[in-house]
Design a protein around this ligand. Structure first.
Ligand SMILES: [Mg+2]
Length: 170
């Protein structure tokens, strides 16, 4: 079970992800979580540096999409602002990832999911066969249930690190 919770890569933020490396390992599509990955939780504001990074991903030729279980109206707003297509779905369920893959037109093996939560983004991505990248949450503002899950995440991350399974890139 622990291996299902282990990201292929663990970084501080999007800015620590090497797009050339992703291309080298065969990634063609990128699925982005929204809250606390590309925006602060509940916010529709996108930092200029994040916008630039996302534009860079597109100009590098990656197919990109958003995947969130947030309200559809909010997902659509962010999607329009970023000019990135979006799928709504409940992670970690497989149907959410199948919707995103369908949108991208890529196979699981050539797709990565980038998100800030182990029990949704990483667990779901691993089960669906994607390359999984965990980022640090952009803020500590989030649902109370997520705050509780963060405690479990810390335990999981500690165990993964102790077993030498966590690939951390600073
Ligand atoms: Mg998130």
């Amino acid at each position: 079970m622990l291996s299902r919770l282990c990201p292929n890569l663990y970084v501080d933020s999007l800015h620590h992800i090497d797009l050339s490396h992703l291309r080298d390992i065969g990634v063609r599509g990128i699925v982005f979580d929204i809250d606390n990955t590309v925006t602060m939780w509940g916010s529709n504001e996108i930092a200029p540096t994040t916008l630039k990074w996302l534009e860079g991903a597109k100009t590098h030729g990656f197919r990109v999409c958003l995947l969130s279980n947030n309200r559809k109206a909010r997902i659509d707003d962010i999607s329009r602002m970023l000019d990135i297509p979006s799928a709504k779905g409940f992670k970690p369920f497989g149907s959410a990832f199948r919707s995103a893959l369908c949108l991208l037109g890529t196979s699981p093996q050539e797709t990565t999911i980038i998100g800030d939560q182990i029990f949704t983004d990483i667990l779901g991505g691993n089960r669906a066969g994607l390359y999984t990248i965990l980022v640090q949450p952009m803020s500590t503002n989030e649902f109370i249930t997520t705050k509780l899950l963060r405690r479990l995440e810390k335990i999981v991350l500690r165990k993964l690190a102790c077993r030498g399974l966590l690939t951390r890139k600073d």
